[in-house]
Design a protein around this ligand. Structure first.
Ligand code: URA
Length: 433
C-alpha cells in the first residue's frame, strides 16, 4: 500500500478502509512512513475529517500499535481521568490524590504539553528528583503502596500515538476531532483502566471551541469506551478562561498543592471536586453527591495532600517541596502586565495565554525543545474582574529576560476590556454518560 495513495485519498475527501488506516499507523510506528508523509496525512485528516468507522479504526490501530498493558499485581479497581487539554489545567495533580486517598487505584499515564496546552508529566518533572519513567514492577509496587503513580507514556503503550502526538504538536494538527478521539481513547484502551472519566474542555483555550463540538467529541469517546467494555463518562468543562490563576509548570504544581491544602482558587476546586466525584461514582463509591462530599472531606482532612506527598516521595521526588512550596526555584526575571483600560476584563483568548506561556519557555516549539520549569504566568485578573488602568493583570516569569516582551504583547492582545462585566458562564457545561 503506497502511503502517497492513502494521503491523496484522504486529501480528496474519500473514506479510508480499516486496512489502510492500520497500514498508515503501523508504518509510522515502524519508521517506514516518514514524518513528512505522516504530517501530510494528519493535515488531510484535519481538513477532511473522518467518519465514525474511520475514527474507530484509527483508535483501535493506535491501541494495537503496542503492548496492551495489564497490571495483574495491582489490587482493586483502576480509575483514570483524562483531559482533552487546556491552559492552567492542573486537575490531575489534585484529582488523582483525592481519589487515591479514598481507596481507588490511580495508575496513570499522562502526557506532555501539546500545542498551547500543558501536560501533567512536564509539571511533575518540575519537582526536584521526580521520576516519570520506571518499569512495570516498580509502577505496580508504587500504586499498591500509595494508591497512585503518575508516569509518562511508556515506549510500549500505544507507541504510534507517542510519535503522532509529538508530530501533531509541531504541525498545527492537534485540534481535529478524529485525531483527538483516537489519541486519547487509543491510549486509554491500551492502558486497560476499569473506569475512565474524560474531562472534555470547551472554549477559547481548548481544542474544541464550542459546547456543541465538545459534546460531540465527548459522545464519540464515551461510545468507544463503552464499546470496549469500560465504564466511561465525560464532563464538558469550561476552558474559555484559564483554570485557576497559574499557567506554567512549577507555578501550576504550587497551585495544585494550595488546592489540596484547601485554599485553591474556587474554579479549580469546583472542577476537581466534580471530576473526583465522577471517578469515585464510576468505581462504585456511592451517588455523585456522596462522592463529592467524600472528595471535599479528603481535602479538608489533609488525606488527599498526604497521598500526593507519598506519591512524590515514592517516585524519587523531593516531597519537602510539596510540604513547603516556597522551595520551588523562582524564575529570575519577572514583569507585571498592566491594564491599559478602566472597566472589566470582558473576554480572554485563553489559547493566546497558553501561547504567551510557551513564549516564556514553559512549553515546546519543536519536539526537542527543553522546558523552563519556573517560566509561566500568574494571573491577577480574570474574565469578569473589574480593573483600573495601571492595575496588574498578570505577572510573567522567565529565565530569559528577552522573552518577556513578546509574551506581554501576546497576553495583552489576548485580553479584551469593556465597560460592563460579561455574563458568568458555568464551569460544568454538560455531562455525557
Ligand atoms: N490529549 C491527548 O492525549 N491527545 C490529544 O490529541 C489531545 C489531548
Amino acid at each position: 500500500m503506497r502511503m502517497y495513495d492513502l494521503i491523496k485519498k484522504k486529501r480528496d475527501g474519500l473514506v479510508l478502509t480499516d486496512e489502510e488506516i492500520r497500514s498508515f499507523v503501523f508504518g509510522y510506528r515502524d519508521g517506514t512512513v516518514p514524518d513528512y508523509q505522516a504530517a501530510a496525512m494528519c493535515m488531510a485528516i484535519y481538513f477532511r475529517g473522518m467518519n465514525a468507522d474511520e475514527t474507530a479504526s484509527l483508535t483501535f490501530a493506535i491501541r494495537d500499535s503496542g503492548e496492551k498493558l495489564s497490571f495483574p499485581n495491582i489490587d482493586g479497581l483502576r480509575v483514570d481521568k483524562h483531559s482533552t487539554g487546556g491552559v492552567g489545567d492542573k486537575t490531575s495533580l489534585v484529582v488523582a490524590p483525592i481519589v487515591a486517598s479514598l481507596g481507588c487505584k490511580v495508575a496513570k499515564m499522562s502526557g506532555r504539553g501539546l500545542g498551547h496546552t500543558g501536560g501533567t508529566v512536564d509539571k511533575l518533572e518540575s519537582i526536584e528528583g521526580m521520576r516519570v519513567e520506571m518499569d512495570t514492577d516498580e509502577f505496580e509496587r508504587i500504586v499498591n503502596e500509595t494508591g497512585i503513580c503518575i508516569v509518562g507514556q511508556t515506549q510500549s503503550l500505544a507507541p504510534a500515538d507517542k510519535k503522532l502526538y509529538a508530530l501533531r504538536d509541531v504541525t498545527a494538527t492537534v485540534d481535529s476531532m478524529p485525531l483527538i478521539v483516537s489519541s486519547i481513547m487509543g491510549k486509554k484502551l491500551a492502558a486497560d483502566d476499569d473506569c475512565i472519566v474524560l474531562d472534555v474542555k470547551t472554549g477559547s483555550g481548548s481544542f474544541m471551541k464550542t459546547v456543541e463540538d465538545s459534546t460531540r467529541l465527548a459522545e464519540m469517546m464515551v461510545d468507544i469506551g463503552k464499546k470496549a467494555g469500560k465504564k466511561t463518562l465525560a464532563l464538558i468543562t469550561d476552558m474559555d478562561v484559564p483554570l485557576g490563576y497559574a499557567i506554567g509548570n512549577s507555578l501550576e504544581v504550587i497551585e495544585a498543592v494550595d488546592t489540596l491544602n484547601g485554599h485553591g482558587p474556587s474554579d479549580l476546586t469546583e472542577v476537581c471536586l466534580t471530576l473526583a466525584s465522577r471517578m469515585l461514582h464510576l468505581a462504585g463509591h456511592g451517588t455523585k453527591k456522596e462522592c463529592e462530599d467524600a472528595a471535599r472531606e479528603a481535602i479538608s482532612s489533609g488525606k488527599a495532600l498526604e497521598a500526593l506527598v507519598k506519591m512524590v516521595k515514592a517516585q524519587g521526588g523531593n516531597e519537602k517541596w510539596i510540604l513547603d512550596t516556597s522551595l520551588f526555584p523562582k524564575a529570575p526575571f519577572r514583569l507585571d502586565v498592566l491594564s491599559p483600560a478602566d472597566g472589566y476584563v470582558t473576554r480572554v483568548d485563553t489559547e493566546g495565554y497558553g501561547v504567551a506561556s510557551l513564549l516564556l519557555g514553559a512549553g515546546r516549539n519543536t519536539k526537542d525543545d527543553t522546558i523552563d520549569y519556573s517560566a509561566g504566568i500568574m494571573l491577577a485578573k480574570k474574565t469578569g474582574d473589574a480593573v483600573r488602568r495601571g492595575d496588574v493583570i498578570a505577572t510573567l516569569y522567565a529565565s530569559d529576560e528577552a522573552k518577556l516582551a513578546a509574551a506581554e504583547k501576546k497576553l495583552l492582545s489576548s485580553t479584551e476590556f469593556g465597560p460592563a462585566a460579561p455574563e458568568a458562564r458555568p464551569l460544568i457545561l454538560n455531562e455525557v454518560e
